[in-house]
Each structure stands twice: as C-alpha cells, then as structure tokens.
Design a protein around this ligand. Structure first.
Ligand code: A2P
Length: 276
C-alpha cells in the first residue's frame, strides 16, 4: 500500500499530497468507490456540496473503521450559497450530510466574480475556522486578483488554491502567485478529465518507466509540489493512481510534459464562470 507524503500548509497543519476526487461520482456509487480508495491507501477525499455525494462520502467514513484523525476530508460551498449568512448555513448542511463534527478543509468553490460575494463568503470561512469546525480554509478556482482581494481585505491567507491543472494547463503563473503567498496549489482534473490518457508524449514517458499515462500525470504533479486529485470509480484505476512512488520523472520527462502546454481547459474559466 502506498504511503502518500504529507505537505505542510501555512496554518501549521498537513495535507496528504494525493486526494481521492469524487466529482461526478453519484451518491449511490461514491461510498464503495471511497472505501476502495481507503483500502488502496488514500486518506484524503475531496468532495463538494454541488457534487451531491457528501452523504455517500460520509457513509464511507463511518463504515471505514478508520480513525477520523487519520482522514483528511475537504468540502466546498457552492456558488448559490455564497454570502456570509448563506455560507454559514451551507457549512452546517455539509457537516450534517458528511456526518462528521469537523471538516479538515472548507473551500470557496468558485469566485463567481460577477456576483461579487466571494469576499463575504471568505469572511464566513474565517469565522467558521475560528470555531474549529473547519480545521483549515482555502479557495478553489481563484485567480490572482481574487486572491489578492481576499488577502488584502482580511489578512487571512488561504492554505491552498484548488485549480484545474494538467499538462495542457500547467498554470505556471498561478502556481507562482500561490507560492508567493505560501498557498499550496492543488490540481483538479489532473488527467485532463481523462482526455490526456491517450496523449502520445505521455504514452512514451509511461513506456519508458513501465507505468501508465495516468501515473505519469499524477507523478508530474507530485514532483511539481502540488497536491493532486485524480478521480476514478474503477477499482484498478483508483489503486493505480496512488501507486506513483516507485519511480521518478527525470528532467527530460518534465521538459517533454512542459512542451504539451496549450492553455486548453476542460472546465470553465474562473473569470467568466458565474453559474449557480
Ligand atoms: P473512471 O472514473 O470511469 O475510472 P480527471 O481526474 O482528470 O478528472 O480524469 C477523470 C477521468 O479519467 C474519468 O473519466 C476516469 O474514469 C478516468 N481515469 C481515471 N483514472 C484513470 C486511469 N488510471 N486510466 C485511465 N483513465 C482513468
């Protein structure tokens, strides 16, 4: 079973560098998938209110028999619950569905800049953190201007910024901005929503190391220093995606992957995404 490194966060706590992503996993499937992930060695699960599967993740936590303090559970406030009071209530709902007393990490899911509520939402997270029921707080899909605004206005720096990140979209600038503030970068859709699995350059690097394309892409983010969230409902793939500590990518591999940058997103641009 793989042992995943713990990365230090700017609030003194630690986060497992690989998390199990459950976006688009239905509530009735997520429990078994998450239990498979726990068996494979994952201890970090990344859910969100909008995924509609917090209840099923909570069931996996309860059934796992694992010590709660050995798990790292993240959830996020959805766009239609932004604003101070709404966020406070959304947090209660998420805790109730998860069936736990505290989350390890609570995130603002998107800045939704046209709604201009992310600052008030961040203030709610700061107050939730003060109660101890969110052990750490952070953001997702924030660009530089959004980060600068919440930090300037509150003085509280998110522990991490979860963003779309894969070889087409390595997010070099945003990673530098995050690093400048002491914010960890966490990559969602590390396989380009699965679309990069058949990329020939990734394939040749995988052949060289006797591993799979998915393992190359997860390993690449490990070596960049990111937290990474591969998603799968397939037991063999769940196991494969965490089994990335038996090989290293060399400088040539890293340069080849850097050459795949195209700016292509598989999800929305945070500057333009305001959906509820
Ligand atoms: P599935 O969940 O059916 O196993 P991303 O993490 O970039 O969003 O990619 C998720 C997509 O990639 C899902 O469609 C998932 O399929 C697929 N996937 C996850 N792990 C692997 C893997 N090791 N090999 C091939 N496809 C994978």
């Amino acid at each position: 079973m793989s042992t995943v490194p713990l990365l230090p966060m700017n609030d003194g706590r630690y986060i497992p560098q690989i998390g199990f992503g459950v976006w688009q996993v239905p509530d009735d499937i997520v429990t078994e998938a998450t239990l498979t992930a726990f068996d494979a060695g994952y201890r970090h699960v990344d859910t969100a209110a909008v995924y509609g599967n917090e209840r099923g993740v909570g069931e996996a936590i309860a059934r796992s028999g694992l010590d709660r303090d050995d798990l790292f559970i993240t959830t996020k406030v959805w766009n239609d619950r932004q604003g101070y009071e709404q966020t406070m209530r959304a947090f209660e709902t998420s805790l109730g569905l998860l069936g736990i007393d505290e989350v390890d990490l609570y995130l603002v899911h998107w800045p939704t800049p046209a709604r201009d509520l992310y600052l008030d939402t961040w203030k709610a997270l700061i107050d939730i953190h003060a109660t101890g029921r969110a052990r750490s707080i952070g953001v997702s899909n924030f660009h530089e201007a959004h980060l600068v605004r919440i930090i300037d206005e509150t003085g509280v720096i998110p522990v991490l910024n979860q963003i779309e990140l894969h070889p087409w979209l390595p997010q070099t600038h945003l990673r530098e901005v995050d690093a400048k503030f002491g914010i960890l970068t966490e990559g969602w859709s590390p396989l380009g929503s699965g679309q990069l699995i058949d990329d020939p350059v990734i394939g040749s690097i995988a052949s060289k190391h006797g591993c799979t394309a998915a393992q190359v892409m997860v390993r690449w983010q490990i070596q960049l220093g990111n937290v990474v969230l591969p998603k799968s409902v397939t037991p063999e793939r769940i196991r494969q995606n965490i089994d990335v500590f038996g090989f290293s990518l060399d400088a040539e591999d890293m340069a080849q992957i850097a050459g795949l940058e195209s700016g292509k997103r598989t999800g929305p641009n945070p500057d333009e995404f305001n959906e509820l």
